[in-house]
Design a protein around this ligand. Structure first.
Ligand SMILES: CC(C)[C@@](O)(CC(=O)O)C(=O)O
Ligand code: SF4
Length: 820
């Protein structure tokens, strides 16, 4: 049996320990330990599950809550969804979730539960999030959970369905980046400021294709809650996930939480202590940040990378040499209604929002309360909202009298939910209203159509509420040197840069061996590992025939798998035909796309722009074309904007969309963006680069994404202006004009190409691995029992029994008639 001996990064260790099987195309089937769901991105997944007559493979490993749509107004005891949610589409979404969790026996924290809250706040709070876990959710801010040393990332709705059906995902190893933070953070400078500073430094595409491990002395000093705020915004840096190695603070936070292990704690702790990057392990990229340079930081524009110290001034387009950034600045200033050169501290706000999965935990409210104590919000601040991240945060804050401080200052103290972070409920900005917000996205219209968002830390939000203009807590403001704007931030980006090949050329050992090798390090009992392994091998032998059949259904040709403990030798014709019939993805791709191109001249086109949030309350996946780019396409009164490309007659039948700038599809994981593009008639999007989750979502739906170099973008623009249409061949990866003139080549990974051309459905293919999945689970149950102790059916039954006692807070959950 292979043993992994070379030094590995934390990311590699977690990834390797979750490999269930290696697939023929070089991807792996990765086991998912924890799955979180909410009402917005799950309904279409359950619908497909039902259409295929599939059940949820491990309901106890999924945790559900309603958070995005829920009102934050007072919740009477025994609140009823049917009357409390007055918006029909929001109500339907929550009711659908409630029906789905009930039918599939998924633990759920609904509105009557004291444990309801933002999905990324309640996961850690309940001890559902554990170090070393793989955690996914149909939500990009799943990166939050990386603070625990868990590999946690957002997925689209198709992948939600995949996890529900198989408890796995198809994955490849990402690039691995290390952000090392040295020095110290000054008083009043929070991890939110640090993260805004990092994003300003590396850019919103800086982490694309990577998992970032944050390390260094500053990280060690951060509390768990601050680490969560930091990892939360990894997605705003374009990264797939953020990670922090578990340490004593992590363990102290997890211990004793409701769903955390107890009987198996010591074993868990011994293993978790091994979860750190080995000395000598190589990262693809290392960035060093000097924390001493970080001051209270705010965003001035419409991208999280457009940041400035609070003591600085609003930049001008000419401050940027990069033409894309220059144009981005011009667009952002126009949208934000700001003039270059004005002092940030002179920008007055209409609203203040303290909440969201970034900053709505106890520490955030405690820190803001210290500023607000004995103060009153400024008269120009029309609304100051404090929205705790969960019912438990709300209660804890109330126990400390924090709610009183907020209310006396003039804040509204609300019930838990996402609230004005996304404004899917009643909490939103009116057009042109300006808000200091502790959330994570300052995209156009994110908090309300034509609303203007400045991202800030909780203490800056509190100080701003008091002063009425963007302000740091005064004692901090005095000690900070004025700096003019973002470009002047001094950071050692790329202090070390090593080649990809060092990591990527390494062949990984088989799933079982890597699991065992890491297991044997912590179990301290090689004999036990040996015994378990013998049992597993026996099981494999017994099930050999059925596994062979499963593999041949998928591969058709016996086993072409690169390394597996089981080989499929025989190939049976009948299952192959069945597989071909069943295993088609839902929209088979037909090569050779022809048509005109619609050109959007922007960089960082986020999915909020592609599919604005007000449409996210749909439970449909078809007929969404009307919402495509609607904030850019229509004025607030609904009249079309004649200049927007999709309103021009020549774009009506366009089948190709070209974004001239990089990082298309960044931000939210909403797969609706892909569905809307397709419904409008687009079959291909061309751009210099794409964001990770969007990339995945597109291919799952048969939308071709063609990545091209700048010269190809220029040629397409020129030919399109000359009135030409285009032909795209996936097979040849070629773009031509309708006159057959060669425009250029586009990049696409081979496996994505095959995925589109073969039309094999991933879920069917993964289900064919179910014996392998069972084996993995069996092995894991033996070797890492702590991962299921707190969520096992018996643990759930025990809690349900406790819930029947009148004095217990679970009582409300029981009355909801749901699983808990
Ligand atoms: C579901 C949606 C509203 C989302 O939570 C999704 C996401 O970030 O992936 C968002 O914040 O945009
Ligand atoms: S980013 Fe906002 S909307 Fe999305 S999960 Fe976090 S709080 Fe909710």
């Amino acid at each position: 049996m292979d043993t992994v001996t070379r030094p590995r990064t934390l990311y590699e260790k977690i990834f390797d320990a979750h490999v269930v099987a290696e697939r023929e195309d070089g991807t792996v089937l990765l086991y998912i330990d924890r799955h979180l769901i909410h009402e917005v991105t799950s309904p279409q997944a359950f619908e497909r599950l039902d259409e295929h007559g599939r059940s949820v493979r491990r309901p106890e490993l999924t945790l559900a809550t309603s958070d995005h749509n829920v009102p934050t107004s007072e919740r009477p005891q025994g609140v009823k969804v049917s009357t409390y949610l007055t918006r029909e589409d929001s109500r339907i979404q929550v009711q659908k979730l409630e029906r789905n969790v009930k039918r599939h026996h998924i633990p759920y924290f609904g509105l009557r539960s004291k444990r309801q809250g933002i999905v990324h706040v309640i996961g850690p709070e309940l001890g559902f999030t554990l170090p070393g876990n793989t955690i996914v959710c149909g939500d990009s801010h799943t990166s939050t959970h990386g603070a625990f040393g868990a590999l946690a990332h957002g997925i689209g709705t198709s992948e939600v369905e995949h996890v529900l059906a198989t408890q796995t995902l198809v994955a490849t190893k990402s690039r691995n980046m290390n952000v090392v933070i040295r020095g110290y953070l000054a008083d009043g400078v929070t991890s939110k400021d640090l993260m805004l500073y990092i994003i300003g430094s590396i850019g919103t595409a800086g982490g694309t294709g990577s998992v970032i491990e944050f390390s260094g002395p500053v990280i060690k000093d951060l509390s768990m809650e601050s680490r969560m705020s930091l990892c939360n915004m990894s997605i705003e840096a374009g990264a797939k996930a953020g990670l922090i190695a578990p340490d004593e603070k992590t363990l102290a936070y997890v211990k004793g939480r409701e769903m955390a292990p107890s009987k198996t704690w010591d074993m868990a702790e011994a293993y978790w202590k091994t979860l750190r990057t080995d000395a000598g392990a190589v990262f693809d990229k290392v960035v060093e940040i000097n924390a001493g340079n970080v001051t209270p930081t705010v965003t001035w524009g419409t991208s999280p990378e457009q940041v400035v110290p609070i003591t600085g001034v609003v930049p001008a387009p000419n401050d940027f040499s990069d033409p894309v950034k220059k144009e981005g600045c011009r667009q952002a200033l126009a949208y934000m209604g700001l003039t270059p050169g004005i002092k940030v501290a002179d920008i007055s706000v209409d609203k203040v929002f303290i909440g969201s999965c970034t900053n709505a935990r106890m520490e955030d409210f405690r820190a803001a309360a210290q500023i607000l104590r004995g103060q009153t919000i400024a008269p120009n601040v029309k609304l100051a909202l404090a929205v705790p991240g969960s019912g438990l945060v709300k209660r804890a804050a109330e126990n400390e009298g924090i709610d009183i401080i907020f209310k006396r200052a003039g804040f509204q103290w609300r019930e838990a939910g996402c609230s004005m972070c996304v404004g899917l409920n009643e909490d939103s900005l009116a057009p042109t209203e300006r808000c200091a917000s502790t959330s994570n996205r300052n995209f156009e219209s994110r908090q309300g159509t034509a609303g203007r968002t400045h991202l800030v830390s909780p203490v800056v939000a509190a100080a701003t509420a008091i002063k009425g203009t963007l302000s740091a807590p005064s004692q901090i403001a005095r000690s900070v040197e004025a700096a003019s704007c973002f470009q002047h931030i001094d950071v050692d980006v790329d202090a070390v840069y090593s080649s990809d090949s060092e990591i990527l050329s390494e062949e990984d050992s088989s799933s079982q061996s890597s699991l065992l090798s890491s297991s044997s390090k912590y179990s301290g009992s090689p004999n036990k590992v040996k015994r378990v392994w013998t049992a597993v091998k026996k099981h494999v032998k017994e099930h050999h025939d059925s596994m062979n059949q499963a593999y041949s259904v998928y591969y058709g040709q016996g086993s072409g798998r690169r390394s597996s403990s089981v080989s499929a030798s025989e190939h049976s014709k009948q299952p192959v035909e069945q597989a071909a019939q069943q295993a088609t993805n839902n929209s088979r791709f037909e090569d050779n796309i022809k048509g005109s191109v619609a050109i959007v001249e922007r960089a960082n086109i986020d999915t909020d722009a592609i599919f604005p949030k007000q449409f996210c309350t749909t439970t449909q996946r078809t007929g969404l074309g009307h919402a495509l780019f609607s904030n850019l396409r229509y004025n607030p009164d609904g009249t079309p904007r004649p200049n927007f490309v999709l309103n021009r007659p020549e774009s009506r039948n366009a089948s190709i969309l070209l974004a001239t700038g990089p990082n298309f599809g960044c931000g939210s994981s909403r797969e609706h963006a892909v569905w809307a593009l397709q419904d409008f008639g687009f079959r291909c999007v061309i751009a210099p680069s794409f964001a990770d989750i969007f990339y995945n979502n597109a291919f799952k739906n048969g939308l071709l994404l063609a990545q091209v170099k700048a010269d190809v973008v220029e040629r397409i623009v020129a030919e399109s202006n000359a009135g030409h249409n285009f032909k795209i061949s996936l097979e040849q990866q070629a773009i031509r004009t309708d006159q057959d003139a060669d425009i250029g080549h586009f990049d696409i990974p081979e496996r994505r190409k095959q995925e589109l051309l073969s039309g094999i459905g991933e879920i069917e293919a993964s289900i064919a691995f179910q014996e392998q999945i069972k084996l993995y689970e069996e092995l894991r149950r033996q070797l890492s029992p702590w991962y299921e102790e707190g969520v096992s059916p018996s643990a759930i039954a025990r809690r349900r029994r406790v819930a029947t006692s009148q004095s217990n807070p679970f009582t409300d959950d029981k009355n909801e008639g749901l699983t808990w």
